[in-house]
Design a protein around this ligand. Structure first.
Ligand code: OAD
Length: 229
């Protein structure tokens, strides 16, 4: 079975009602990104940060996968598919994708501030006084700016072994995620589906790149149908 690795960003969830980042002037749901997605923000005002992610986590109960997420599941009929997502939502899981790597963490998980290996499933609000098994405060399981990306190596490995790489709904602005495509085999076919694609440094030199300037709900089912036919 051929391998397909799919690299998704905020754009694939846009049509499910979750805002993207760079279409909102760098604000994340009206917050400065660094206030809610950095260790400094957490130190400065952890109540704000907890409340912010509590709202995002609550939103997950009201959103559903769209045709883009659903089409990727179909690909598994014929290919070994891995989804590497920058998104912290659970829409690929809801759609039914089998192999998902969350490069930037997950809203439905929390972890210890003392021991990062203590990670817990968490679908309700997280509050001050919610402690890990070692007695320290829990925090959102999100990769904040300036923090290590623990799953980067796995994501690079998955990209390197794919015959086809499909990039969907990402501005290719945030590193190291944007650099993953550089690990693709020179002969790999690369699709980039985005209504407003950004031809980054990594994409510029690729000769097997096909850009599909469409929304995920249109472009993803079309490419999936082609790959299945
Ligand atoms: P961005 O907000 O930077 O980019 C969203 C992309 O989605 C843009 O290229 C849009 O053109 C595209 N887009 C918009 N509507 C779309 C649709 N209907 N279908 C397909 N594409 C659409 O989001 P990311 O590239 O994912 O990090 O941002 C990367 C990271 O920056 C995020 O993971 C987040 C943020 O800060 C963390 O939270 C750590």
């Amino acid at each position: 079975m051929k391998h397909i690795t799919v690299l998704t960003g905020a754009g694939i969830s846009a049509e499910s009602g979750i805002s993207t980042f760079r279409d909102s002037n760098g604000l994340w749901e009206n917050h400065e990104v660094m206030d809610v997605a950095s260790p400094e923000g957490w130190r400065k005002d952890s109540d704000l940060v907890l409340n912010f992610y509590n709202q995002r986590r609550r939103q997950l109960k009201e959103v559903f996968p769209n045709k883009g997420h659903m089409a990727l599941v179909e690909l598994e009929k014929k290919y070994k598919v891995h989804v590497v997502t920058q998104n912290v939502d659970n829409l690929h899981e809801q759609a039914g994708s089998s192999h998902i790597v969350h490069l930037h963490g997950e809203l439905n998980k929390v972890r210890s501030t003392l021991d990062p290996s203590l990670v817990y499933d968490w679908t309700e609000d997280l509050n001050k006084g919610d402690f890990c098994d070692k007695g320290s405060q829990l925090r959102p399981h999100i990769v904040w700016f300036g923090e290590e990306v623990p799953l980067l190596e796995e994501a690079a490995h998955l990209t390197a072994k794919a015959e086809v790489v499909i990039i969907i709904g990402t501005s290719m602005n945030v590193y190291p995620a944007a650099s993953l495509v550089a690990y693709a085999k020179p002969e790999a076919k690369i699709f980039y589906i985005d209504p407003n694609p950004n031809i980054s440094y990594e994409l510029a030199g690729l000769k097997n790149l096909e850009i599909i300037k469409e929304k995920g709900s249109v472009g993803v089912p079309r490419i999936v149908a082609d790959l299945l036919s």
